[in-house]
Ligand binder design. Structure first.
Ligand code: NDP
Length: 259
């Protein structure tokens, strides 16, 4: 009875920024739970490779190019998927970028806007386009990838753009949950700690040893996170196992915010 609630058989799920990293792991998890997963990313070649890698495992997956900063793209991608499969049941807004080590007093408008456009406006537009269809059909589950950076200020890197974007994602999540709760659409977020992806590869360089030690030392569990540890939380929130949850921001941070 309980394990079935985690299954996503016959559901159509869409993941943004799914060509690699956390997004790819999320696509893998949702497919393993039985969903038909549409991986999306803005790099067509990387997307094709990712879809081929997952399809080779027997997963039911397909790709759709989607740049979340393209104002018209969310509606276009939603409509294309609905035309093929009739609906979208699960949307995971994972695409995100960081431009760090820019002190606020000298940050350019461009550096500010680039991060806000991808991380916050991109999430809003996708929620709006896909959410509309979910509301019409009376159900759906959206999971946004926020960050512990929406709760704390990272150190030592200066990244007011990223931190503000993720705090924005968290409150966007709560706002949509409140607006759409009575109409069957749940909206939740996951807030990860430092995860060992491309985004953070630079920290393994010899010259960044002190930064890596700082990150790990500030984490009660004393390590970075893995992509599968975020994907499993997303799977839970996307599924009926979380049927009473909306507006939740679930920290998966190894205890980072405890200190
Ligand atoms: P990666 O950089 O490894 O992967 C992000 C993916 O999103 C890439 O495939 C990237 O494409 C794609 N992407 C970037 N811009 C766009 C766009 N405009 N439209 C569509 N796709 C785009 O990142 P992670 O897997 O580490 O991060 C995933 C999410 O998790 C992000 O929202 C991030 O902020 C969040 N997060 C990550 C943490 C971490 O420590 N890694 C910690 C907390 C939150 P391309 O490779 O071509 O740029």
């Amino acid at each position: 009875m309980y394990m079935n609630k985690f299954r996503l058989d016959d559901r159509v799920a869409v993941v943004t920024g799914a060509a690699r990293g956390i997004g790819f792991a999320i696509a893998e998890a949702l497919a393993e739970a039985g969903a038909r997963v549409v991986l999306t990313d803005y790099d067509a070649k990387a997307l094709d490779d990712a879809v081929a890698r997952l399809a080779a495992t027997g997963a039911t997956v397909e790709g759709e190019v989607f740049d979340v900063t393209d104002a018209a793209a969310a509606q276009r991608v939603n409509d294309a998927i609905v035309a093929r499969h009739g609906r979208v049941d699960v949307l995971v807004n994972n695409a995100g970028i960081a431009i760090s080590d820019h002190p606020a007093e000298s940050m350019s408008d461009e550096t500010w806007s680039r991060v806000i456009d991808v991380n916050l406006t991109g999430v809003f537009r996708a929620c709006r386009a896909f959410g509309r269809g979910m509301l019409e059909r009376g159900g759906g589950s959206i999971v946004n990838i926020g960050s512990m950076s929406g709760f704390i200020v990272n150190r030592p890197q200066e990244q007011v753009n990223y931190n503000a974007s993720k705090a924005g994602v968290h409150h966007l999540t709560r706002s949509l949950a409140a607006e759409w709760g009575a109409r069957g659409v749940r909206v939740n977020a996951v807030a990860p700690t430092y995860i060992d992806t491309e985004m953070n590869q630079y920290v393994h360089a010899k010259e960044n040893e002190a930064r890596l030690q700082g990150w790990v030392g500030n984490t009660p569990m004393h390590r970075l996170g893995r992509v599968d540890e975020i994907a499993s939380v997303v799977l839970f929130l996307a599924s009926d196992a979380a049927s009473l949850m909306t507006g939740a921001i679930v920290l998966a941070d190894g205890g980072y915010v405890c200190w």
